[in-house]
Design a binder for this molecule. Structure first.
Ligand code: HEM
Ligand SMILES: *[C@@H]1O[C@H](CO)[C@@H](O)[C@H](O)[C@H]1NC(C)=O
Ligand SMILES: *[C@@H]1O[C@H](CO)[C@@H](O)[C@H](O)[C@H]1NC(C)=O
Ligand SMILES: *[C@@H]1O[C@H](CO)[C@@H](O)[C@H](O)[C@H]1NC(C)=O
Ligand SMILES: *[C@@H]1O[C@H](CO)[C@@H](O)[C@H](O)[C@H]1NC(C)=O
Ligand SMILES: CC(=O)N[C@H]1CO[C@H](CO)[C@@H](O)[C@@H]1O
Length: 362
């Protein structure tokens, strides 16, 4: 990103509060600091639903406050859902689609998705119902996922930030092969993770910041027993390893534990403090502190939470724009789990809408 580019395009410094206040205006052509700003993909906008659904974000936040009051763990589920959606075939809601045939044929049935929380899908469909009831079928499921991820971060104590909107929902399924190829494995070392995310234009700072998503939520034994059996990862803190072995006595135990030892439900910078104490859960986490190129970044986030929040927002904003569908591409799903073409209820409502619009002309 160059200075010249920033003067000709609409870059927004997410961290400059004044710009957030200007969201409803069109005066976002000048970014104060290009280093902290992310270019906006054509077709997305900071005020996309301003007229068509002005209450969108307040409906979602109000409902999620209630959901998290009962179970804060759902925040982690929703954050991870957005990550999976965006990494596989772009933020197009394809992660939400339920296969129409039996057998593994979609993103949900690929191995990394087996640990996505079922409740997260229900929450998204419930939010979609509330939003469409208020505004009509104008808001995409992929936008709802992006807003829900942001609210999960901020309602867990993390940064609050504006989300560019206007994504459309995809028409095609992602196969399990595509899903596996796009989601890095927790058993990978830092060079593999960096190379994998570099294909999506994430640099080292982005990778370390995005991994900070693991400041909330859980991991199942299968995601980290590679570090316990047959030989214990020498990098892992001895007491931490002993505790993990109690939780996962064999390499195929189906239990789980918190990703962030120090503050498992709070979105803060303690994940990086864990890494500095050799208490990161996955190889992909801990190796960020072993690997020379990322060690310094981990340390800088561990000592400065505002810096982590800043970089996290930048990286999330990039992630939220990966291969999005906009304009006339894709569709606005009437049911987040199914494409409109295979949704009988949707076809029924189309008829109702036609009747309503006809009656307006009587
Ligand atoms: C960098 C590569 C990444 C790898 C290898 C990775 C891997 C994983 C794995 C294996 C789990 C646990 C699954 C289980 O055993 O239950 C997990 C959980 C989680 N991941 Fe990641 N992840 C990565 C990046 C991200 C990103 C970018 C985010 C979001 C910004 C994220 C957010 C989460 C959250 C919130 C959970 C907890 C989910 C829950 O509690 O339901 N991860 N991740
Ligand atoms: C990381 O993992 C890859 C693949 O297993 C391996 O080829 C590479 O040598 C490893 N890098 C380091 C620094 O350990
Ligand atoms: C892990 O468990 C499987 C059985 O589920 C076994 O075949 C395998 O040898 C074990 N691997 C290690 C590294 O202990
Ligand atoms: C922490 O990071 C913020 C945001 O980049 C920066 O403004 C601040 O000066 C840093 N604080 C310290 C003590 O370095
Ligand atoms: C939404 O689609 C899914 C998958 O086809 C289906 O199982 C579900 O019943 C649909 N929900 C509604 C409310 O139509
Ligand atoms: C959370 C979720 O929907 N998981 C799905 C993953 O795939 C399995 C196997 O097909 C489904 O049964 C789960 O519903």
């Amino acid at each position: 990103m160059t200075m010249a580019a920033s003067s000709s395009s609409c870059f927004i410094s997410l961290l400059v509060f004044s710009c957030v206040l200007l969201l409803s205006s069109f005066i976002c052509a000048s970014a104060t600091d290009p280093e902290f700003s992310v270019p906006l993909t054509k077709g997305l906008s900071w005020s996309f639903y301003e007229n068509s659904c002005p209450t969108l974000e307040s409906i979602i936040r109000k409902q999620l406050k209630k959901v998290f009051k009962d179970d804060i763990g759902q925040a982690a589920g929703l954050l991870r859902l957005h990550f999976h959606d965006c990494f596989v075939q772009g933020c197009d809601g394809s992660v939400l689609l339920v296969g129409s045939t039996s057998g593994p044929d979609d993103e949900q049935e690929a191995i990394p998705n087996l640990t996505l929380r079922k409740k997260a899908f229900e929450i998204i469909n419930d939010l979609r119902r509330r939003v469409h009831k208020e505004c009509g079928r104008v808001v995409s499921c992929s936008d709802i996922v992006a807003i829900a991820a942001r609210d999960s971060v901020s309602l867990s104590g993390g940064p609050d930030y504006a989300v560019p909107l206007g994504r459309r929902d995809g028409l095609s399924f992602a196969t399990p092969e595509v899903t596996v190829a796009n989601l890095p494995a927790p058993t990978s070392n830092a060079s593999v993770i960096l190379a994998s995310l570099a294909t999506k234009k994430f640099d080292e700072t982005d990778v370390v910041a995005l991994s900070g998503g693991h400041t909330i939520g859980i991991g199942h034994c299968g995601s980290f027993t590679n570090r316990l059996y047959p030989t214990q990862d020498p990098v892992m803190d001895k007491t931490f390893a002993k505790d993990l072995k109690k939780i996962c006595p064999t390499n195929n135990t189906d239990a789980f534990t918190n990703l962030d030892l120090r503050s498992p439900n709070k979105f803060d910078n303690k994940y990086y403090v864990d890494l500095m104490n050799r208490q990161g859960l996955f190889t992909s986490d801990q190796d960020l502190y072993t690997f020379k190129k990322t060690k310094e970044i981990v340390t800088s986030f561990a000592v400065n939470e505002s810096l982590f929040f800043e970089k996290f927002v930048v990286a999330m904003t990039k992630m939220g724009q990966l291969s999005v569908l906009t304009g006339k591409n894709g569709e606005i799903r009437a049911n987040c789990s199914a494409r409109n073409s295979e949704n009988e209820d949707y076809l029924a409502t189309l008829v109702e809408e036609d009747v309503e619009s006809l009656s307006e002309f009587k």
